[in-house]
Design a protein around this ligand. Sequence first.
Ligand code: FAD
Length: 432
Amino acid sequence: MSETRPRKALIIGAGPVGALTALSLHRRGWEVEVWESRDDPRGKDAAPSNLRSINLAISSRGLEALRSVDPSLAEQFQNEAIPMKGRMIHHVDGKQESQIYDPINGQCINSIGRPLLNQRLVESLPSQIKIRFQTKLSHVDLNHRVAHGSSSTRDKKEVVTGEEHDDGRIAGGNSDKGKTKEKEDEEGTSFDLIIGCDGSWSKVRNSMMRMDRIDFSQSFIPHAYIELHMPADPSKPGGYAIDKNHLHIWPRHSFMLIGLPNKDGSFTLTLFIPFSSLSTLNSREAASRFFIEHFPSAVQIVGEKKLLDDFMNNPRGNLVTINCTPSAWSSHALLLGDASHSMVPFYGQGLNCGLEDVRVLNSVLEKHKITSTTTLKLGETDKDLELALKAYSVERHADLKAICELALQNYTEMRSHVLSPLHHIRRFLDSF
Ligand code: FAD
């Protein structure tokens, strides 16, 4: 007689999508193991670090997904986030113009610290989930369902210049990452299902693409993004130098600056600018002229020295759209989050959609009555699970393609159309 055993999921990446996936499958009764190449974020100060974009906007799409796994998570994040009820447009002459997102129902998006969100999600994982930090998937044998990881230990800090980050950014100036020593696990780890939550440059996806005919596209926009910091102003209420309940935009047609509020009164500013223009700003003097001409109000608030220090030293990030379909292979592999659909950030929906993947997957597993246990031996194909994953991939594809396109369209909207006098009338009519 065949033995009944729990299904085992190996999740690669403990970013927000990987952490929520782990919690969701654990709650369904699966055995779950997670590998994450970075350090354990638990119990650390979730202050700004060298992670991508210090804060991001979480919308009702993301909150609903969190709620579907654990209602208390959504409530916790809503309490820790800052609601943004509209955009604040900053004109060159210093005039500010508020454009409310939803004047009728008052819906908001919410600014939340990325490290905090990630840390809280990882902290929510119970001890039965095995998490291996500083462990990078190096290769996976999808046919035999065995993954090999390499564990890294970091030497003492040393300055590295021009180093590539895991997320594809290139360090602009000095980065404080130390050299790593890697140790390969030769035996490997078995799984029923490997889930690639390993971001835009997914290794799981690379392995899947060697197994089958998977349609894949990747395109970069000409713009880079660079993060800058607007410190809190102790003379202002709560430290906020500009209104805390808006997403701030300095639109300048071919480039723009945006600002999202943090709890401590500071704002994370992000400059989006074509790489071709960046190459002309390679000296402090040229950069100073650029900021004073185009963003005088930001220079005044942040201070020229601080703004230029950040601009000269911080990494230049790429902005990529990635589509991949199908996002599942057999009953053995699945992609969620940026690993399956990376989008430009102008619609603020990349992470929200990744979290939504988890909610939709959960409902598909439910619909297909995928139980937490199986009598199949490791290595045998699970036909029911294969059908469920196929259904998930089909159900998700059109929505994800549409939102990637909307995100690209909003790229022009945010840089230019928000400046059009007709914009308000169009938005007013659109709200009916
Ligand atoms: P990631 O956050 O990329 O996490 C992947 C994880 O996998 C990482 O922890 C990484 O260390 C790990 N990993 C990678 N490779 C391996 C490996 N081989 N082995 C083990 N671990 C590995 N989205 C929004 O919804 N709202 C916003 O306002 C927003 N703003 C953004 C602003 C900018 C400038 C950018 C660039 C993006 C923004 N996004 C936003 C998009 C959002 O950041 C991503 O969609 C989100 O981070 C994707 O989450 P993820 O868990 O799928 O991937």
